[in-house]
Design a protein around this ligand. Structure first.
Ligand code: PEP
Length: 263
C-alpha cells in the first residue's frame, strides 16, 4: 500500500441502528478506534441517525467520520423522500456511499445515476465511496472484469474531480451479507485491475484513490484481505453493527499500516 493512502475502514449500517441505538453504537466505535492513529474509521448510519451520531462524535472529539448511505443529485426541490448533499452536510456527514449494490439492484440505480450522485457529492463537499462489483451470474459468466470496468469507467471522470478524496469499494454482490468472501488473491486481482483503470484515466488518481474490499468482511478474515497491496481498507456491513468486531478490523488495518506492505 502506498503511504499516501491511509487505511480506511467504513461501516455500512444499512437500515439498522437508526435511533438512539445508533448513537450508542457510534460511541462504542469511537472508543474502539480512539487509539488507532494510522487508520481512518467511518460509520454510515441511516439518515434518521446522521445528525445525532455526528453530534455525539463531535462532542466526544472523536476522529470517527460520518457517511450517508445515499444521496440525491439535486440540491433541493420536488423529490419526495430524497436527501441532498447540502442536507447531509448540515446533518454532519462528510462522506457518502454511492452506488451500493443494494441501491443498484433493489432501487434501479444505473451507472449514469451513480455518476450524477458523485458529481453532487463533489459539489456538496462530501467524499464519495463508490461501490462496484459483479453479481454471481456475472461472475459465473466470466464477466467480472468487464462489469467492474464498466462501472469504474462510468465513475472515473467524477472520481477525478474528487481528487484523491474519492474512494472505490469493490464489493462482489455474491459476497455481500452471504458469509462468502472473495479470496485475498481474487480480491487483489480485481483491485489491481481497478487501479489500472484509474491510472489509464489519470496516473495521480490511481496513486491517491483508496480502494476498499467489501463483502462479508469480519475480524477473522480481514487480515488476509487488508494485507493485499491494492486493498486500502474495507467496507463492512453486518460486522459493523458490533463495535468490538468492527474495532478489531480497524486494529488489524492499523497494525498492517505500522508494518508497511511490500510488493
Ligand atoms: C455492505 O453492505 O457493503 C457489505 C459489505 O455487507 P456485508 O459486510 O454484510 O457483506
Amino acid at each position: 500500500m502506498d503511504p499516501l493512502r491511509r487505511p480506511l475502514i467504513a461501516g455500512n449500517w444499512k437500515m439498522n441502528a437508526g435511533g438512539s441505538d445508533g448513537c450508542d453504537l457510534a460511541l462504542a466505535v469511537a472508543r474502539a478506534a480512539a487509539e488507532l492513529d494510522e487508520v481512518d474509521v467511518v460509520v454510515a448510519p441511516p439518515f434518521t441517525a446522521l445528525a445525532a451520531v455526528s453530534n455525539e462524535l463531535y462532542n466526544k472529539k472523536s476522529e470517527v467520520g460520518v457517511a450517508a448511505q445515499n444521496l440525491h443529485w439535486e440540491e433541493s426541490g420536488a423529490f419526495t423522500g430524497e436527501v441532498s448533499a447540502p442536507m447531509l452536510r448540515v446533518a454532519g456527514a462528510t462522506w457518502v456511499i454511492i452506488g451500493h449494490s443494494e441501491r443498484r439492484q433493489l432501487f434501479g440505480e444505473t451507472d449514469e445515476m451513480v455518476a450524477k450522485k458523485i458529481a453532487a457529492a463533489n459539489a456538496g463537499g462530501l467524499k464519495p465511496i463508490v461501490c462496484v462489483g459483479e453479481t454471481l451470474a456475472e461472475r459465473e459468466a466470466g464477466e467480472t472484469l468487464a462489469v467492474v470496468a464498466r462501472q469504474v469507467k462510468a465513475a472515473v471522470i467524477e472520481l477525478g474531480r474528487a481528487g484523491g478524496e474519492g474512494v472505490v469499494a469493490y464489493e462482489p454482490v455474491w459476497a455481500i451479507g452471504t458469509g462468502k468472501v472473495a479470496s485475498p488473491e481474487d480480491a487483489q486481482e480485481i483491485h489491481a485491475a481497478i487501479r489500472k483503470l484509474l491510472a489509464e484515466a489519470d496516473a495521480e488518481l490511481a496513486v491517491t484513490t483508496r480502494l476498499l474490499y467489501g463483502g462479508s468482511v469480519k475480524a477473522n478474515n480481514a487480515e488476509g484481505l487488508l494485507a493485499q497491496l491494492d486493498i486500502d481498507g474495507a467496507l463492512v456491513g453486518g460486522a459493523a453493527l458490533d463495535a468490538d468486531g468492527f474495532g478489531k478490523i480497524a486494529e488489524i488495518a492499523a497494525k498492517l499500516a505500522r508494518q508497511g506492505k511490500t510488493e
